[in-house]
Design a protein around this ligand. Structure first.
Ligand code: SAM
Length: 370
């Protein structure tokens, strides 16, 4: 990505949380109304064909069909020729995608992008192409297929089906890792400016982002606070990706890249720590290890900022319940209520401080070292 594009994304205005939540509630209302005007079997049909939805969207994402249509509408056979696919199957696939509201069909039979399919364009702000590709990969689908058994025995999907963690599978497959990293990055870019605005970083000198990925949050924070230095702590392979991003963000000279595992230790020397959407990827035993290692690196009074999903009694979006199920079936993690997080902080030498809501059913939970 060019430096200008990175700067634009990191400084783009963030809609207020109450507007985002109101939009999500309104969407839920309309979806319920849509169910109310048809017989129940029609609504259920759409849901039990969910695997078809996943694979249709996965195929469109993987073949980058939305990208192909940015130059203008195309016939199914033309899309097939450009994507190296069978023309008959492409036509039928496109019609099925149109039936679920992704792409539109013009009166001359050509297909075009619509508002929804634009979310599948590569590099779109907040785009979901990467995750749409990731979640349809066969090992992920096979893990989901274990749910009836998991309901009986409580065992996690991916680990039981494949005998290893999804993270190890990703590390071995560069295409899958790239799809996941793309999805994660676009999701993080949307909230990074809100995280940078949520905390008075002018009070600290060095921020360490634990499991910080390519450094998107660190980039948003360091660009907003020019006095700050950063430590980006992640696996060696992730940090290789990070260098190019931090250079494009114009902050590479203010960031130390530290490879390592948060299960072994966390770098000392920062006066503020961050760990975004990492804890929900792990079960309690691992989270305790990560939090203890963070606490060991911190001085009393220092803060660990934990931007993560916000479990609320009224789940007005599918986002958090689905993330929780993905934790069970794919990542080997879970979503935790603010009360549960507070307990885990207490057990690891931290105490819950403020909670700042973020757009998209997320919040920054502040853990203070005691
Ligand atoms: C869900 S991603 C979150 C990335 C980033 N915090 C964000 O929100 O965009 C989880 C991150 O944890 C990193 N990670 C996984 N296991 C790790 C370990 N043992 N030690 C350090 N980082 C790890 C991954 O490489 C990945 O960047």
């Amino acid at each position: 990505m060019s430096p200008v594009a990175v700067a634009q994304r990191l400084e783009s205005p963030v809609p207020p949380v109450f507007i985002v939540n109101a939009a999500l509630r309104l969407r839920r209302f309309f979806l319920r109304m849509a169910d109310a005007v048809v017989p129940s079997y029609m609504s259920v049909y759409d849901r039990f064909m969910g695997a078809a939805h996943t694979m249709l969207v996965h195929s469109a994402a993987r073949l980058r069909i939305a990208d192909l249509l940015t130059a203008g509408p195309l016939h199914g056979a033309e899309i097939a020729a450009r994507a190296g696919c069978d023309a008959d199957v492409m036509e039928r696939t496109m019609l099925a995608l149109v039936s679920i509201g992704i792409f539109r069909r013009l009166s001359d039979g050509r297909f075009a992008n619509n508002r929804t399919s634009k979310g599948l364009i590569s590099g779109a702000t907040g785009g979901v192409r990467g995750f749409a590709e990731f979640f349809g990969h066969e090992p992920v689908m096979r893990a989901w297929a274990r749910l009836p058994q998991t309901l009986q025995d409580g065992k996690q999907g991916f680990k039981e089906v494949h005998g290893r963690l999804a993270w190890d599978w990703m590390a071995d497959d560069t295409a899958v890792q790239a799809a996941f990293a793309e999805g994660m990055s676009s999701m993080t870019e949307v909230v990074a400016p809100a995280i940078a605005a949520a905390y008075p970083f002018n009070e600290v000198k060095t921020v360490c982002d634990v499991g910080g990925g390519v450094g998107i949050v660190l980039a948003a924070v360091l660009r907003k606070y020019p006095h700050l230095r950063g430590i980006l702590f992640d696996s060696e392979s992730m940090l290789r990706e990070a260098s190019a991003y931090l250079r494009a963000a114009g902050i590479a000279d203010r960031v130390d890249l530290v490879p390592g595992s948060f299960f072994d230790s966390v770098p000392r020397g920062a006066d503020c720590y961050l760990i975004k959407t990492v804890l929900h990827n792990w079960e309690d035993a691992e989270v305790f290890k990560i939090l203890r290692n963070c606490r060991a690196a911190m001085e009393p009074g220092q803060r660990l900022l934990v931007p993560d999903f916000l479990v609320m009694p009224d789940a007005f979006s599918t986002l958090v319940p689905f993330m929780d199920m993905a934790g069970l079936m794919i990542y080997c993690g879970r979503e935790r209520s603010p009360e549960r997080l507070a307990e885990m902080f207490t057990d690891t030498g931290l105490r819950m401080g403020r909670m700042v809501p973020l757009p998209g059913v997320q919040a920054v939970f502040e853990a203070v070292a005691v």
